[in-house]
Write a protein that binds this ligand. Structure first.
Ligand code: HEC
Length: 128
């Protein structure tokens, strides 16, 4: 009969506890990262995904008539593309750390999959 070493039991116990605790804590990140391989090879277009991302997350304030204290509109392909190729303030603001001053949207950082879709769209050359 194989002898079970207490040290080994403890090792596995600690390992599985750590794993389950970090899964609970990082569960969202793990789910989000699983989208990345697919996004890196997918065809992302403005009308397919980007328009919805910006209208849902920015539209209340950066729509055709800026509102709620915002002064710029990011509601068309041309406006978003011009910003991303110019000052890149959109890119900078959406990629700030959660809770950082100036983070957009003001309600909280968008998830990693959404940010990856925007980056992928940029690397494809902003297709419509
Ligand atoms: C609830 C309202 C609100 C939402 C939603 C919102 N913003 Fe803003 N945004 C503001 C306000 C107010 C300012 C001006 C104050 C500041 O600069 O932080 C601003 C400023 C900015 C700026 C810097 C100034 C400029 O226009 O270049 C950028 C870039 C920006 N927002 C991008 C975005 C993007 C992209 C989204 C969506 C992902 C978004 N915002 C969502 C209210 C909002």
């Amino acid at each position: 009969m194989q002898r079970v070493f207490p040290g080994r039991v403890l090792f596995w116990l600690v390992l599985s506890l750590t794993a389950s605790v970090s899964c609970v804590k990082l569960g969202e990140d793990v789910d989000e990262e699983s989208c990345l391989p697919e996004i890196l090879t997918s065809n992302i277009t403005y009308t397919g995904q980007i328009q919805t991302i910006f209208s849902q997350n920015c539209g209340n304030c950066h729509g055709s008539s800026p509102a709620n204290g915002a002064s710029t509109s990011y509601h068309t392909l041309a406006l978003i593309q011009a910003n991303l190729q110019g000052s890149r303030s959109v890119y900078t603001r959406i990629n700030l750390s959660p809770g950082a001053t100036g983070l957009m949207p003001t309600t909280g950082k968008m998830d990693a999959c959404t940010l990856a879709r925007i980056s992928r769209w940029e690397s494809l050359g902003y297709p419509n």
